[in-house]
Design a protein around this ligand. Structure first.
Ligand code: UD1
Ligand code: MG
Length: 450
């Protein structure tokens, strides 16, 4: 094990404590504002019926807008504090002898471009709630919203290399520069992060609990890189050094572990994740079964964009993707329905049995026999126990359970009530994060050398 001293003086941490203070404010504001503004949303026709209940009382929808507003407000008010060390920084002399205060303009552009992307995601999400925008129209928007982030990444000379795993090195060499492809990957990441939470939805607490667990996972990962006082410091450093030695900088941008910039990047991520955890926890209280408020697409988009922002700006997009394992599974499973191979009803939520209060897998019916490709894919899914098919005596597929992770849980574990299903989803998200940490800091050593 190598314990490295910090290369540069580390940034001071008071900003972090102020961020925690703002987050507490954001938590209380969300807790109070969501029920207070619910009737206003219903009056503005922003409400929906809870599909998995016997009652038809309108539930206020799109309250993610309140979360997003509180979140963005907290981040905006925090700007001077994020740069408080620079406000009192020493001045430097230009060659002409003019004294100019040192100010980290690149850090400011990083922060402002992130806010811009978050605002664009909020607008898109809210428009989607109001107008139900079509898939093909809303897919490119997060890509456009990520352009400010990518420009700042470029300006910062962000890494576009990946380290090739040992077994492929004879073919590709040890370092591969993906160049523009890396930017394409990062912009697709923003589309994926925003939409993947939205399509894993429909039961009380599902959207917000995913966002909450991913945000907590990102925070735990960030904490590993902070300059902790001696004592707690050592094991964290051992872990970090080990990761650096084994990964050779694949996962992060190739920075020496413990450098000032690396600490700053993870501080930046914490500044964006702490208030997110706060608004999500405040909202979850009202969205928990039986829900008194729905998040709408606004919450899904803004939380997804927040993850894309920290993943790109913090240079840990691959680690971030590891925290999306249930969403990746749900997306891959959903592909045949998303891309029109299998019929996709407007709602793919499980079927509610009012008599027993249990949820059963919902089904998609084929109006005409499925294409050869669709039938093959569904049969493969069925062999792996991912779906249940209803077959005509001739063998033709008549129905399939909808291709979502929620229906998959019901197929595998049997019918259960809505609260239990969201608890299963939460468990899978937590297990995904535990797995992500073991892959990131453990298993990668098997495929990458120092
Ligand atoms: C996505 C899913 C859709 C799912 C829907 C549920 C895809 C391609 N789309 O569509 O299958 O049915 O989310 O959110 O996978 N609702 C509840 N309980 C909840 C949350 C929502 O009943 O806990 C219902 C309400 O009627 C609410 C509606 O879902 O009005 C919101 O649906 P919306 O977010 O507009 O659906 P999409 O995101 O388009
Ligand atoms: Mg939605």
């Amino acid at each position: 094990f190598i314990v490295r001293p910090f290369l540069d003086p580390v940034p001071s941490l008071p900003g972090l404590f102020i961020s925690i203070g703002f987050s507490l404010f954001a938590f209380m504001a969300t807790l109070y504002l969501v029920p207070a503004l619910g009737p206003t949303f219903i009056k503005a026709h922003l409400s929906g019926r809870d599909l998995l209940k016997v009652y038809a009382t309108p539930i206020p929808e799109s309250l993610g807008l309140v979360c997003a507003s509180v979140y963005i407000l907290a981040l905006t008010l925090f700007i001077p504090f994020a740069f408080s060390d620079s406000l009192t920084a020493r001045s430097t002399q230009t060659p002409e002898g003019i004294s100019v205060p040192e100010f980290p303009h690149s850090r400011l552009s990083l922060y402002l471009s992130s806010l811009l992307s978050l605002l664009m995601a909020t607008i898109l999400g809210f428009l989607d709630d109001v107008f139900d925008i079509r898939w093909r129209h809303k897919l490119p928007i997060p890509i456009i919203a990520s352009i400010p982030l990518l420009m700042v990444y470029f300006a910062e000379r962000g890494n576009t290399h990946i380290v090739v795993p040992l077994p492929l090195r004879f073919l590709l060499g040890s370092l591969l520069n993906l160049g523009p492809l890396y930017y394409l990957y990062m912009s697709l990441l923003s589309t994926f992060a925003t939409n993947s939470i939205n399509i894993l939805a429909g039961i009380n607490g599902s959207e917000v609990s995913q966002a909450l667990i991913i945000a907590i996972s990102v925070i735990l990962n960030d904490l590993l890189y902070l300059p902790w006082p001696i004592g707690f410091h050592l094991p964290v450093h051992l872990l970090g050094s080990k990761a650096e030695v084994e990964f050779g900088g694949v996962w992060s941008a190739g920075m020496a572990y413990g450098s000032k910039e690396l600490v700053e990047r993870h501080l930046f991520s914490l500044y964006f994740m702490l208030p997110l955890v706060a608004v999500c926890s405040g909202f979850m209280y009202h969205n928990w079964y039986p829900a008194r408020a729905f998040p709408g697409d606004t919450l899904c988009y803004v939380t997804g964009m927040a993850f894309a922002v920290v993943g790109i700006q913090g240079h840990f997009s691959k680690t971030l993707l590891l925290f999306f394992l249930p969403q990746i599974f749900n997306f891959v499973l959903s592909c045949p329905q998303l891309f029109g191979l299998v019929p996709c009803p407007r709602h793919r939520v499980p079927r509610f049995d009012a008599g027993t209060n249990l949820l059963h897998p919902s089904k998609a019916m084929f109006m005409r026999p499925p294409s050869k490709l669709a039938a093959t894919v569904l049969r493969i899914f069925s062999v792996f126990g991912l779906v249940e098919l209803t077959l005509h005596p001739s063998g033709v597929i008549l129905e399939t359970t909808n291709l979502t992770i929620l229906n998959f849980f019901l197929v595998r574990l049997g019918p259960m009530n809505e609260k239990r299903l969201v608890q299963v989803l939460i468990c899978s998200q937590i297990c995904g994060s535990v797995l992500a940490f073991s892959v990131r800091y453990g298993l990668a050593g098997l495929v990458y050398d120092g």
